[in-house]
Ligand binder design. Sequence first.
Ligand code: AQP
Length: 334
Amino acid sequence: MSDKKVIFSGVKPSGDLTLGNYLGAIKNWVDLQDEYDCYYCVVDMHAITVHQEPKDLRKRTLEILAQYIAAGIDPEKNTMFIQSHVSAHAELTWVLNSMSYMGQLNRMTQFKEKSKDNADNLNAGLFTYPVLMASDILLYQADLVPVGDDQKQHLELARDLAERFNNRYSPTFVVPEIYTSKVGSRIMGLQDPTSKMSKSGDNENDYILLIDSPKATEKKIKRAVTDSLNKVRYSDDQPGIKNLITIYSKMTGESVESIEAKYEGVGYGKFKSDVAEVVNEGLQPIRDEFERLMNNKDYLEDVYMNGANAAERVARKTLRKVYKKVGFIPRKFK
Ligand code: AQP
């Protein structure tokens, strides 16, 4: 057993990874992998709360795993796996569902938003999605969960459920903390900078995909909605420019103040083409490595197979404790 603190995080394969997923979550994961014992998962069970073509879901699940690795997450250092391969996630969800209050789930912003977009498929999975997310985290006794700002409310629920279980039975779960970065924890849409950039959005000009070509990336950034003030300033009155500054800052590590100073008196045209350049510079090695990995499916299979074996051992241990505490008779093996 290592003394390192534990991290759990994941992305659902409901679309290809966006720059929002990368800057809000995955880039942080890369920075954390040496210091923590990390579980990085492709959460395919979350994806089916919205209708998915089975063939596309399979393809995207593998692609996202490859993109994690291409982005710099090392399978030798981290446990990388596919959620549906470890059945304890579904099993703990049932127990936690039975301790989750409808009122609290009803208040989840993401559920309200997704309900609007999926009125014809308003399913129970969409409603209890945050409980599955709590199970993902609690199974591994995660201390820290590096996610974007949009997941704060779901993490609060995970904390509440951990505390509720610990109080009702006895200390069982670590109560996890959220980890978000100061800048870039919410990347906004390029066409609508008042809403977050989402991989399942309808307008492809609103998001940049990690696997977009350099040309497409440049085009999307050049078309990004700005304003008529013509000042490169990090201000809530200029949400489009603020978002582009955030992207520039996260891609380069340069501070917001230094970017504002550098572009004082410079027009939006030049600023946008520089943003496109830093994004392309940062993403190109990921795109190249992704291509290479997708031609090496055997390697990807090894990664997710070993990952599931390692994850399963930890998850089962937690689940056994939970089952015992709620009063289930342990199964006997002869
Ligand atoms: N725009 C964003 N800015 C910063 N972080 C973001 N994340 C998502 N969008 C942004 C973070 O990415 C991680 C994975 O998210 P997810 O796939 O589990 O679910 P999501 O938050 O619902 O992501 P999307 O892209 O918006 O997916 P769809 O469109 O399918 O709902 C999380 O850490 C999230 O915070």
